[in-house]
Design a protein around this ligand. Structure first.
Ligand code: C2E
Ligand code: MG
Ligand code: MG
Ligand code: MG
Length: 291
């Protein structure tokens, strides 16, 4: 375990955690107290226009500063929360916090909040969303819910009813990690998505010759257009990827090349200068050069 370790080190710890049932139990117990102890924080990663690099939205990503293990990745603790009925409480807190923070941003910037499939089947979700909006004063059109294809594994009638209720509230809906799940194109007909997020696994290969990723990205973008949905390419890290994604005409780009997720204070500082534009940071020409 990399206790108090530097950037990246906790990843090893996180991977270890997934292996051990005992560690999972420990995490689950600690997660129960994490909310009350204010160990959780929402961070925000910009999504920018692929051509102008103007910021359009921020994705809210949960961070947990564990008292002894330090930073634990949501890739580790969110699945544990989902397996242990903690996700509803965490998800409600995330929605409230993200709306509260976004209400303080200038202009018409959207906040995107991840919603687990388990939250999606909870009858409470529309009320939770409504309360988060009314308590914060954030207009519904500035809240986007990111869901993955896994919601379609649930009961068809309940799932479709939930889509209708959320649409009625006026919030936006994005299909996250598209192409990685049990992707069925029929899902796109069943739900009123505003946006498709192209999974970072496709971005990763898109600059290599002979790789099929660019073809898949092209197909997703043209499908999205035909269905009047916008597209965001996730996980763009290097300059050649940014250029390729812009050439393929994804609408938006999100990735370390512009910024990692940062605390609300950093978002406010950036936006307070009237600066809505991001520059590619420390642009590595190729992904491999970053390593
Ligand atoms: P996601 O929703 O697909 O979020 C994108 C993930 O990709 C984030 O990881 C983000 O930090 C990472 N990322 C962004 N740009 C790059 C890049 O250029 N390169 C690489 N390698 N990664 C990049 P993070 O924050 O660790 O979150 C992991 C997952 O945990 C999220 O995937 C989401 O499924 C889940 N998650 C995070 N916060 C929440 C939350 O509040 N609620 C729920 N239900 N799930 C959450
Ligand atoms: Mg997401
Ligand atoms: Mg994603
Ligand atoms: Mg994901």
């Amino acid at each position: 375990a990399a206790k108090g370790g530097g950037r990246g080190q906790f990843r090893f710890y996180s991977n270890d955690l997934k292996e051990s049932a005992e560690d999972r139990r420990e995490i689950e117990e600690d997660l129960r107290d994490a909310l009350q102890r204010s160990e959780l924080e929402m961070h925000y990663q910009p999504a920018v226009d692929s051509k102008t690099h103007q910021v359009k939205s921020f994705e809210a990503l949960m961070r947990w500063d564990h008292p002894t293990h330090g930073s634990i990745s949501p890739g580790t603790f969110i699945p544990i929360a989902e397996d242990s009925n903690l996700i509803d409480a965490l998800g409600e807190w995330a929605l409230r916090q993200a709306c509260e923070d976004a209400a303080k941003w200038p202009g018409e910037i959207t906040v995107s909040v991840n919603v687990s499939a388990q939250q999606f089947v909870s009858d409470n979700l529309p009320t939770v969303v409504e309360n988060a909006l009314s308590n914060s004063g954030l207009p519904a059109r500035q809240l986007e819910l990111e869901i993955t294809e896994s919601v379609f594994m649930g009961d068809v009638t309940a799932t479709d009813a939930m889509f209708r209720k959320l649409s009625k509230l006026g919030v936006k809906l994005a299909l996250d990690d598209f192409g990685t799940g049990y992707s069925s194109l029929a899902y796109l007909r069943r739900a009123p998505f505003d946006k498709i997020k192209i999974d970072q696994s496709f971005v990763r290969g898109c600059t290599q010759e002979g790789n099929s990723s660019a073809a898949i990205i092209t197909a997703i973008i043209s499908l999205a257009r035909a269905m009047k949905m916008s597209t965001t390419a996730e996980g763009v890290e290097a300059m050649d990827e940014l250029e390729k994604i812009a050439a393929l005409e994804a609408d938006m780009v999100q990735g370390f090349i512009f910024s990692r997720a940062v605390p609300q204070a950093d978002v406010l500082e950036k936006l307070s200068t009237g600066e809505m534009h991001y520059e590619p940071v420390g642009p590595a020409k190729h992904r491999a050069d970053r390593r």
